[in-house]
Design a protein around this ligand. Structure first.
Ligand SMILES: Nc1ncnc2c1ncn2[C@@H]1O[C@H](COP(=O)(O)OP(=O)(O)O)[C@@H](O)[C@H]1O
Ligand SMILES: [Mg+2]
Length: 353
């Protein structure tokens, strides 16, 4: 642990009580308030219901819970619904803002019995803060080092038994000791078309938007299995329908609205298509190194790896091999480009190893 003097910073402790997470996009009204309002994630919900039920019967805090999975699938939503179901308060923190042990101290000292501390992007907490959490999670106790050098002394502080809910998009980046201290670890996967369609219908109703079944399923097909994306598409299409026609959403409106923002039939955006076009036109479909593609596109390779490639890989438009990135036949077809082997009668697309 860092041998620095850590005292709680002055000022108000972080506010408790179920609240909208700060900095999230403007869809607070669409976020389900109760677990019963959540669509999909049946297996995860079944586990949570049992854990919540047992904790309530024992009148004990719920065990610590870790959610992992790609952005927009419901991690924060679970973290706000669970405390509501349990009838306890929640405090919201985020990994990157907890730079030193003193940053997490006010949250810990502010805990009430059985209340929830939610730490978003928990993999981005520095090691010193993470180590501090170990005893807090395990024994509901922290050791505060006061002073420095020979005059340093340790203050043991007993915490109220609480529940830590962690969320991460990178489960692999969590250290073993931290991961092992979560009693429940759940992975959130992508949503089926039927589930997304259901979410779109529910949210259209909440917003008082008339939408027909074909339009809803068209939006869901183009939403990458992700509720946050489905909601954003729906919000834009609602605006488009209001501005361009009578506000009713049918499949024509969906097509026009999404075309205007560059979202295609598979849900790819302009950047996704630019990646594939670069790979195909400049590199003959690959194999090409990520750095070379990034330089040609004039974007950072991190952006491509984190934000563009996952969906292209999942859609089977792209292959990542040890020799580099390759566009699949499906990618050529989707962009209506001809594979070089057919064009030149040579240069096989995937040469034998
Ligand atoms: N299971 C679900 N049912 C309905 N809507 C959901 C569900 N999961 C997420 N959403 C919607 O998607 C949005 C993004 O979810 P969120 O929990 O913020 O994702 P994450 O924290 O995993 O990035 C929420 O505001 C909510 O409206
Ligand atoms: Mg979130």
């Amino acid at each position: 642990m860092a041998r620095e003097s850590i005292m709680p910073p002055p000022g108000d402790p972080p506010p408790g009580g179920p609240s909208e997470p700060p900095g999230d996009e403007n869809d607070g009204a669409l976020r389900p308030k109760r677990i019963a309002d959540m669509v999909g994630q049946k297996d995860v919900i079944a586990v949570l219901r049992i854990a919540m039920d047992a904790a309530s019967k024992r009148e004990e805090p719920l065990g610590h819970i870790l959610f992992d999975g790609p952005p927009g699938l419901g991690k924060t939503t679970f973290a706000t619904c669970i405390p509501r179901e349990m009838g306890v308060n929640v405090q919201m923190a985020s990994g990157p803002s907890l730079k030193a042990p003193k940053d997490i101290l006010p949250y810990l000292t502010n805990l009430e019995y059985r209340s929830v501390l939610f730490v978003d992007e928990i993999h981005r907490m520095p090691k010193a803060v993470e180590e501090y959490l170990y005893t807090a999670m395990e024994d509901f106790r922290i050791d505060i080092v006061l002073g420095e050098g020979v005059s340093a002394r340790t203050l043991n502080l007993q915490l109220k038994p609480f529940t830590l809910i962690g969320a991460t998009t990178r489960a692999g980046m969590l250290s073993g000791p931290l991961r092992d201290r979560f009693q429940i670890r759940e992975h959130l996967g992508f949503y089926s078309l039927a589930e997304l369609t259901e979410i779109i219908h529910r949210n259209a109703k909440k917003m008082d938007v008339a939408i027909d079944a074909r339009a809803a399923s068209e939006i869901s097909r183009r939403s990458r299995g992700t509720p946050r994306i489905a909601n954003n598409r729906l919000l834009w299409i609602r605006d488009y329908a209001m501005s361009k026609s009578d506000g009713k959403v049918d499949v024509n409106i969906v097509n026009q609205a999404l075309e205007m923002t560059g979202i295609d039939q598979l849900g790819l955006d302009r950047q996704d298509r630019r990646y594939l076009e670069t790979l195909i036109r400049v590199f003959g479909g690959g194999p090409a190194g990520i750095e070379a593609i990034a330089h040609t596109m004039n974007v950072s390779s991190d952006t491509l790896v984190d934000e563009v490639e996952p969906f292209l890989l999942r859609s089977e438009l792209l292959i990542r091999s040890t020799r580099g990135r390759c566009a699949t036949p499906k990618a050529f077809e989707h962009l209506k480009l001809t594979p070089p082997s057919e064009k030149a009668g040579e240069l096989p697309l995937f040469p034998e190893e």
